[in-house]
Design a protein around this ligand. Structure first.
Ligand code: BDR
Ligand code: CA
Length: 312
């Protein structure tokens, strides 16, 4: 099996961290690089966090690039209320030693898509879509060269988490999201509808801790911290591990089911800015542009996570 080449575009974030660890632990994917974007916390923290995560995985060789520090057309909105001041609050963490690459993340995305065979690189955005949209705007020739985009963002049945109508990643940069959803690239979307079914429970966090490894301890401490916000908000028994759903899909798509539908991004209404208007019921004849995931085998997902993270 040839591993699938991926670029993870990320704003770590505890759940981003688990997505990156899952990818680095899995032979089905070959991580060409991590591109950091401003999102959960500002860019200097997201790029630093990305390097902390690579070092934790024992992979200081992974290339980490800093990208856009603000959305295309708006002021940055962050989520320290969820992820803490550093974006990775929870455990004690040393500063990373591995270097940040000199190249800008957008240039790395463009160069990689131009130099790798067409249709052989998958983009995995798990933060606001600013880096990807900027790359598409600057170098439209790369768009048909993308194999697939598998992203975390949006919601239909769950509607919103940062506003009553919008999910965080799409809300932070709706103009960028519109560019990506309209690009014509095969698109798989992991919305809140599915991630809210991938809840950390006490037993699942205990399984991470029971690994008895540094990675297991860190992931347990991160998810412990990350949980408190959603448990208070939703009264749920744990927090959704949003971003790892994308990587799990690449490893084992049979864990997920969804529908190929039309999804449009709201960029104008103040009230519903960043809403993913998903035609789940096929009411319009607008072109189908996204495989919108609706369900997950949560037990299978957590079993995969536990098995893979134990390899690190
Ligand atoms: C998304 O927003 C961020 O807070 C998480 O990392 C995830 O990517 C969930 O809405
Ligand atoms: Ca994220």
């Amino acid at each position: 099996m040839t591993p699938r080449k991926i670029i993870i575009d990320t704003d770590p974030g505890q759940d981003d961290a688990v997505a990156i660890l899952l990818a680095l632990a899995s032979p089905e994917v070959d991580v060409l690089g991590l591109t950091a974007v401003a999102g959960n916390v500002p860019l200097p923290l997201t790029e630093k966090n990305a390097r902390i995560i690579c070092e934790l995985a024992g992979r200081p060789d992974i290339k980490v690039f800093a990208g856009c520090d603000a959305p295309l057309a708006r002021a940055l909105v962050t989520a320290e209320h969820v992820h803490g001041k550093t974006g990775l609050d929870g455990p004690q963490m040393a500063d990373p030693v591995m270097p940040l690459q000199d190249q800008h993340a957008v240039d790395f995305i463009i160069d990689t898509l131009r130099s790798e065979p067409a249709g052989s690189v998958t983009l995995v955005p798990v933060g606001p879509l600013t880096n990807i949209a900027t790359a598409f705007q600057r170098a439209p020739d790369i768009i048909p060269r993308v194999q697939e985009i598998v992203l975390m963002g949006g919601a239909y049945f769950e509607v919103g988490n940062i506003t009553p109508a919008a999910e965080f990643n799409i809300y932070v940069d709706p103009e960028a999201a519109k560019i990506v959803f309209d690009a014509g690239v095969p698109l798989v979307v992991m919305p809140l509808d599915v991630t809210h079914k991938a809840l950390t429970t006490k037993a699942r966090i205990d399984a991470f801790r029971a690994m008895g490894t540094k990675v297991g301890d860190m992931v347990a401490a991160w998810t412990d911290f990350f949980e408190r916000f959603d448990m208070e908000k939703y009264g749920s028994e744990g927090a959704p591990l949003h971003d790892p759903c994308t990587v799990a899909y690449l490893i084992d798509p049979s864990l997920f089911t969804g529908r190929l539908i039309n999804v449009e991004i709201e960029t104008e209404s103040e009230l519903t800015l960043g809403m993913t208007v998903a035609d789940w019921w096929g009411i319009t004849d607008r072109p189908k542009n996204a495989l919108f995931i609706g369900d997950i085998d949560a037990e299978g997902f957590y079993a995969l996570l536990a098995e893979r993270l134990a390899r690190l």
